[in-house]
Design a protein around this ligand. Structure first.
Ligand code: HEC
Length: 122
């Protein structure tokens, strides 16, 4: 009995952080691999895509130093956990007309990890 209680507690302990949010370290590696060609995680540094410094909390398409598509300018959403998760599944289907040529991240854990990393860019 004692052993069962212990295992349940151990499992709960392990599961809690993963459930609460993604893993920012794993997200950083994934960012370098999947997003880094087009996005810098650095303030003011635009590449093919806009800088993603401070993207969490930013209104879509509003970085003044970057030239967005009309689709992104008119997306009328603020980037947060939910809107990023939705967008990153399949960017060009979620906001038709955006010029981000990226198929998307179909794995929920990948999206959560990348979003956890994006949230550290501030
Ligand atoms: C092939 C280049 C490319 C790749 C790869 C790419 N993006 Fe983008 N991204 C863009 C471009 C270009 C835009 C601007 C879209 C527009 O204006 O229509 C953009 C826009 C965005 C925006 C909106 C930013 C804003 O200021 O509103 C987010 C968020 C974003 N990308 C996240 C990501 C993430 C996270 C990844 C990796 C999982 C990624 N992108 C991979 C090119 C890319």
């Amino acid at each position: 009995m004692r052993r069962i209680v212990f295992s349940v507690l151990a499992l709960a302990g392990l599961a809690a952080p993963a459930h609460a949010a993604g893993d920012a370290d794993a997200g950083k590696a994934l960012f370098s691999q999947k997003c880094g060609i087009c996005h810098a995680p650095v303030e003011g540094q635009n590449k093919i895509g806009p800088s993603l410094w401070g993207v969490v909390g930013r209104k879509a398409g509003t970085l003044l130093t970057y030239t967005y598509s009309d689709a992104m300018k008119n997306a009328n959403r603020t980037w947060d956990q939910a809107t990023l998760d939705d967008y990153l599944i399949a960017p060009r289907q979620k906001i038709p007309g955006v010029k981000m040529i990226f198929a998307g991240l179909p794995e929920e854990s990948d999206r959560q990890n990348v979003i956890a990393y994006l949230a550290t860019l501030k």
